[in-house]
Design a protein around this ligand. Structure first.
Ligand code: NAP
Ligand code: SF4
Length: 672
């Protein structure tokens, strides 16, 4: 008997039966563009082994103009065919099923060659698209159909036609981007002609025994998007055109409402998919911020969908399904929806991986082999770097003892989990605790790891982390505290707060100080109101007419930095805008280009870039001026002649984050 009866019900698609209700959603890793298809095959095969019913590849361009950027992976040449065939063979050998996503980016293509229904530039691309003529439209349809036919020849079990997120097909659907007056524009019947025609001709080309998923934008979250009636009409037309399954898309990429970030409540948009249930006869998949078997089961049990799609959770743990089935869901590495190692990497043109699981998309390169020579390893510091090193080393068979002077594991993660919108960090710390127990790490909390305690071990890993940097500003009075004082609750800030330092932690502290009571991330209704999301059945595109309605901040907060660039510029590529927008909604002043003169009882004295001096009246000044390495243990060990491995913030404090710490810990442990 499974804990998740809805999740493990088979799904009959006619010519094929899926073994459970979990789809691994499309996720671009960048591996295809590397051209190393051994890695691509290993990545998908590893996930197939984990028991997911069906996977969808990252988006494959049907032609040059449709690629998300020049050189984007596709399926047009004979070499492409050979490469894709290797992927499908590896997946099938591992007992899995895989569909290829066909992604035509339209005006989102980062290329001067981009094409679209109308020459309307998107706000997230520097290139204005070329408006397609009749012949040009026919070419796009033919290329998409050809990509589907080739996918079938390459051994895929199906295709997903990407019709959401504001990409090419979506651009035809709404007047926001389709200004045409011919048979492809104007009335809704005309605007939906292209997606429906694509699905009809794809089905015609591939025959009945091939899965055709259509990803449909159910709530556009942009001005002049679809109405709910139009969504239903499209879903029904796509079904009639021959699709096997409808998948959910939430929000266009240019939407100014977060849809997958960690501050988005879990399963925040499954109610939208639920509205389509009963309107079509084919199975419907829901998605966005579903990251545990419990949430997935609830979504299915509540009738929100026939199947759930999860993408990032399969980077975090390829064995998600297998572990849920075996009743050990507690050991599933949780996706915390941070985007730091997956989507942010993609936007930085780096190979995607996962903050929680550095092996993701690096399966052939970062291998945790069982050791043949178990050794006694001490790890000092139970922050992300130390935890990662400990569980990987112990998992490989070493005898690991983990020390921390604190009474709990987690280090700086314990600070992150207190920030409204970062509640997922609780799950990450809990998972580390589970894995310490599972791998048999001896945990010594409330214990200072000194030279004497570490002397008898074969290997010593120093992961003692960081200490807050003292920015050295003259303090002549007033309440001046560190971010640790605030986030641990040791100090309650006054009503007017100045924050010195606008890095990740300065932003986090501002978020913490401008919220009161329950976090909107834990309260869907409050979150939808905060960001201005409405029922698309009542308001076109799901945009509330009154816009975002955040709860007022209990404090007046200002955030300062010395650099003259826009504060928050260096935050995550895909999440920085959310942090900035969120603080703007709370009235936080974000000021760059200042120098600090002194702090006294009247407030923070500073000088602006133009030389004007100013006193910022405030009750509390919070120092978030970065970190310095905590190396006293490493130095003491060195002085005693004990060799150690120094990792995480103790190694390099600058721009330290959990991603680098966990990766470094895992890589060291893999090599011991
Ligand atoms: P940080 O990102 O390096 O920011 C430090 C801030 O302090 C900067 O704004 C810097 O700006 C200022 N600063 C540095 N030296 C100073 C000095 N001597 N006097 C006054 N101001 C000074 O460090 P952090 O905010 O402590 O965050 C640590 C790491 O945690 C970051 O690298 C970040 O990646 C990670 N983190 C990430 C997130 C996230 O959202 N992804 C959230 C929290 C933490 P100026 O030099 O211009 O004044
Ligand atoms: Fe999830 Fe973050 Fe890993 Fe991406 S990097 S898969 S968002 S935990």
């Amino acid at each position: 008997m499974t804990d998740y009866p809805y999740l493990f019900r088979p799904l009959d698609l006619g010519h094929v039966t899926l073994s459970n209700r979990v789809l691994m959603g499309s996720m671009h890793t960048g591996l295809e563009e590397l051209g190393d298809f051994d890695r691509v095959a290993a990545y998908y095969a590893r996930r197939a082994e984990g028991g997911v019913a069906l996977m969808v590849t990252g988006g494959m361009a049907p032609n040059r103009e449709g690629g998300v950027l020049p050189g984007a992976a596709g399926l047009f040449t004979d070499k492409d065919m050979a490469n894709h065939t290797r992927v499908t063979a590896a997946v099938h050998d591992a007992g899995g099923r895989i569909a290829m996503q066909i992604l035509h980016a339209g005006r989102y293509a980062y290329s001067p060659e981009c094409v679209a229904p109308s020459a309307v530039k998107s706000p997230i691309s520097p290139f204005a698209p070329r408006e397609l003529d009749e012949e040009g439209i026919e070419k796009q349809v033919a290329d998409i159909v050809e990509a589907a036919r080739r996918a079938q020849l390459a051994g895929y079990d199906g295709v997903e036609v990407m019709g959401s997120e504001g990409y090419f097909l979506n651009q035809f659907l709404v007047t926001h981007t389709n200004r045409r007056t011919d048979r492809w524009g104007g009335s809704y019947e005309n605007r939906m002609r292209l997606p429906v025609e694509v699905v009809r001709r794809v089905r015609q080309a591939v025959g009945p025994e091939f899965i055709v998923i259509y990803r449909l934008s159910m709530i556009d979250l942009v001005p002049d998007g679809s109405t709910w009636d139009e969504v239903v009409r499209l879903g029904q037309a796509i079904e009639n055109a021959g699709a096997s399954i409808l998948n959910t898309g939430i929000g266009w990429h240019e939407a100014r409402i977060p849809t997958i970030a960690t501050s988005v409540p879990r399963a925040a948009f499954t109610w939208v998919t639920k509205k389509l249930m009963g309107e079509v006869a084919i199975p419907v998949i829901t998605s966005n911020r579903i990251n545990s078997p419990e949430v997935a089961e609830r979504v299915l049990a509540e009738g929100c969908a026939d199947m759930v799609s999860m993408a990032r959770p399969f980077l975090a743990d390829p064995d998600f399904v297998k572990k849920a089935k075996a009743g050990v869901a507690r050991t599933i590495a949780p996706c915390i929806a941070c985007n730091q190692a997956c989507l942010d990497h993609t936007f930085e043109m780096k190979i995607a991986t996962c903050l929680v699981n550095p092996q993701a998309a690096h399966e052939t390169e970062l291998v945790y082999e069982k050791t043949e020579e178990p050794r006694r390893i001490a790890v000092a510091g139970a922050g992300p770097a130390g935890l990662s090193a400990a569980i990987v080393a112990a998992g490989r068979g070493h005898a690991v003892t983990l020390f921390d002077r604190a009474g709990e594991i987690g280090g700086q993660l314990n600070m992150a989990k207190r920030i409204p919108g970062k509640e997922e960090f609780h799950g990450l710390v809990d998972w580390f605790a589970t894995m310490l127990a599972e791998t048999g790490v001896t945990l010594r909390l409330n214990t200072e790891a000194d030279v004497e305690a570490l002397a008898g071990f074969d290997e010593v890993v120093v992961a003692t982390g960081v200490a807050p940097r003292d920015p050295g500003i003259e303090i002549a009075g007033g309440q001046v505290v560190s971010y640790i004082d605030i986030l641990t609750g040791r100090v309650t800030a006054g009503r007017r707060v100045a924050i010195i330092g606008a890095g990740g932690i300065g932003f986090d502290v501002a978020e913490f100080l401008t919220h009161e009571g329950e976090s909107p991330t834990e309260n869907l209704e409050a979150w939808l109101e905060e960001w201005g999301v409405a029922d698309p059945g009542e308001h076109r595109s799901g945009l509330a007419p009154e816009g975002p309605r955040p709860s007022p901040s209990p404090r007046e907060v200002s955030l300062f930095q010395r650099k003259s660039e826009r504060p928050g510029k260096r935050l995550g590529k895909t999440t920085g805008w959310i942090h900035r927008a969120s603080l703007q909604m709370k009235g936080v002043k974000m000021v760059g280009g200042v120098s600090y003169d002194r702090i006294d009882a009247t407030g923070l004295h500073l000088t602006r870039q133009d030389g004007t001096r100013e006193v910022v009246p405030c009750d509390t000044v919070v120092l978030c001026a970065g970190q310095t390495s905590e190396r006293s243990l490493a130095d003491a060990l060195e002085a005693s002649g004990i060799t150690s491995h120094v990792i995480g913030g103790a190694d390099v404090a600058a721009e330290l984050d959990a991603k680098r710490a966990i990766d470094q810990g895992a890589r060291l442990a893999a090599s011991l």
